[in-house]
Design a protein around this ligand. Structure first.
Ligand SMILES: [Fe+2]
Length: 126
């Protein structure tokens, strides 16, 4: 493993310039597809995919897990098995009306390239 690859395991990796992603960022940053606004108490779908360019799922190099948080609160964890699964899922969530704006955070871990985070702001309407 190169020094550059080792440094990816120090802390959280995020997009350095969201309008000009590197190839590494395109393969690792979670892509979040969900409504910008939701209604409190009503289910909505969130689709998560790693990343905008397909990441390999080989025994030696694969996405190990994907987690979904709202702010600091944990919501979902998906554990992945290489070869037989793809790093994506769709899930139904329900937000309740305590916070008008909420930050959806998705974190994934690649066994060779560390943890990567993407976020999306969601407005919860009463
Ligand atoms: Fe990777």
């Amino acid at each position: 493993m190169s020094d550059v690859e080792k440094s990816l395991f120090c802390g959280m990796n995020r997009a350095k310039d969201p309008v000009n992603l590197t190839d590494m960022e395109k393969k690792h940053l979670p892509v979040i597809d969900c409504p910008d606004e939701v209604k409190a108490g009503e289910p909505f779908k969130v689709r998560v995919k790693v990343g905008e360019a397909a990441h390999v799922m080989l025994d030696a190099h694969f996405i190990q897990w994907i987690e979904l948080h709202f702010g600091e609160s944990f919501y979902v964890r998906v554990e992945l098995t290489p070869v037989v699964s793809l790093p994506e899922f769709t899930i139904s969530l329900v937000k309740h009306g305590k916070h008008r704006k909420s930050t959806l955070r998705v974190v994934e871990r690649c066994n060779m390239h560390g943890q990567w985070e993407s976020t999306k702001e969601i407005t919860v309407n009463e």
